[in-house]
Design a protein around this ligand. Structure first.
Ligand SMILES: O=C(O)C1=C[C@@H](OP(=O)(O)O)[C@@H](O)[C@H](O)C1
Ligand SMILES: C=C(OP(=O)(O)O)C(=O)O
Length: 426
């Protein structure tokens, strides 16, 4: 195991219906928003039980590069505000983290020197053009090669004037979230009018607005227009919820095996897209019971084929697609064309890998058609995509010999995934 890319993990088969409780780590989306908002606040924020993974380390690293500072505490980090006096040219490492690539460029305008943004080969294919255009209209000076993807350089200007801007956020909701999260630090705040097709991932937009409010910002939404007033943010303590999208493969395991899985600490109220599993899983024959301890899912005797528009919850697609390979009949997933610009082109990757193991899966422009068939073992390529490791694990529950390539790539959001999965299976 000297080279993680040559490494394979044989996903374990469930020999009986599961009966397990699991705890998943903190939400990536909440953790990285909390860090950004803390960096823009007027006083330090104690971020409690955050996710500790590649993407969140990249975010803390980016904020340090941009003039911030964080100290480990017993259960997280104390995140200090950015100092506006950063004067040396610097490079922000993006890895393949969409949240770091989209949320931090606006913060680079607060310093006095240029910042280069670059990362993995994969992030150089992920869209960011409409966000860079909007930031330029709000006063930023940004140099790029015109491809609308990293690398690019933001010139330090000691802040942005802000104001009104049109934005096409149809390729990623993160463009809109980026402008709203940074909005309180702009001289005039920001008013964003969405143009073009509706953005995906509506729950992540709601998460952005909710967290801005918790940090004391004044935000308003009227249809497709959003306003954030200039404010000095403040939130002495922020407790991060468990990641409900990371919980998805564990709940899918209950459904796939006709067993029971309890996810501890499921929040009663949340903006996370993973909460939609409480609606989806009953449609797949499962029973879902929330209680004070969390959420319990028990799979039914069979899984019906379904038609699903996953536009609002696109990041759940890999795990849901894997689960639907065990359905009684064909399924169709629509509304997720934007997944072609995720960690990898997830539509093509899922069609290729699920088909390679025997399912009949075809791509459409904006989704997948899945016709279940008898599956067999083989290599499941993961394209440096954490959620493909999770999808492969779900398949492996009922298929002998699923060899998951590069399982360590799951460390983007859950470094202990393989251990937690294995112990769930007893
Ligand atoms: O804002 C966020 O934290 C996220 C928004 C979504 O991005 P897209 O809107 O690009 O799908 C989601 O898929 C991603 O995992 C996290
Ligand atoms: C799309 C995802 O990640 P990112 O934050 O890199 O966009 C994801 O986690 O499914």
């Amino acid at each position: 195991m000297t080279n993680a890319h040559e490494d394979h993990w044989i996903a374990p088969v469930a020999t009986a219906p599961l009966d397990a409780g699991v705890r998943v780590p903190g939400s990536k989306s909440i953790t990285n928003r909390a860090y950004v908002l803390a960096a823009l606040a007027g006083a330090p924020t104690r971020v409690r039980v955050p996710l500790d993974s590649r993407d969140t380390r990249l975010m803390l690293g980016a904020l340090t590069t941009l003039g911030g500072r964080s100290e480990a505490t017993t259960d997280g980090f104390l995140v200090h505000p950015l100092s506006g006096s950063r004067a040396e040219p610097a490079t922000v490492a993006l890895g393949n983290a969409g949240t770091v690539a989209r949320f931090t460029p606006a913060l680079a305008t607060l310093g006095q020197a240029p910042v280069l943004f670059d990362g993995d080969e994969a992030i150089r294919r992920r869209p960011i053009g409409p966000l860079l255009t909007a930031l330029r209209r709000l006063g930023a000076r940004i140099d790029d090669d015109g491809r609308g993807a990293p690398p690019f350089t933001v010139q330090g200007d000691a802040g942005l004037r802000g104001g009104k801007v049109d934005l096409d956020s149809s390729a990623s909701s993160q463009f809109l979230s980026a402008l709203l999260l940074a909005g309180p630090s702009f001289d005039q705040g920001v008013t964003v009018r969405l143009v073009g097709d509706a953005p995906p991932s509506e729950p992540h937009i709601a998460m952005t607005l909710d967290m801005l409010r918790r940090f004391g910002a004044t935000v308003a939404r009227e249809g497709m227009e959003f306003h954030v007033a200039p404010t000095k943010l403040s939130c002495p303590e922020y407790v991060v919820e468990p990641d409900l999208s990371t919980a998805a493969p564990f709940l899918a395991a209950a459904v796939a095996t006709g067993g029971t899985v309890r996810v501890k600490g499921w929040p009663k109220h949340t903006t996370q897209p993973g909460d939609w599993l409480r609606t989806l899983l009953p449609a797949l024959g499962a029973s879902v019971e929330p209680d004070d301890a969390g959420l319990t899912v028990t799979g039914g005797s069979s899984i019906p084929g379904v038609e699903l528009d996953l536009h609002e919850v696109g990041e759940l697609t890999p795990v849901v697609a894997a689960l639907l390979c065990f359905a009684d009949g064909p399924s169709v997933i629509t509304g997720v064309a934007h997944l072609r610009g995720h960690e990898t082109d997830r539509i093509t990757a899922l069609a290729t890998e699920l088909s390679a193991l025997g399912a009949e899966v075809t791509e459409t422009d904006d989704g997948l058609r899945i016709t279940p068939a008898t599956l067999h073992g083989g290599v499941f390529h993961t394209y440096q995509d954490h959620r493909l490791v999770m999808a492969a694990a779900v398949l492996g529950l009922r298929v002998d010999g699923v060899r998951v390539e590069n399982p360590a790539t799951v460390g983007k959001t859950f470094p202990e995934f393989v251990e937690t999965w294995t112990s769930m299976l007893g």
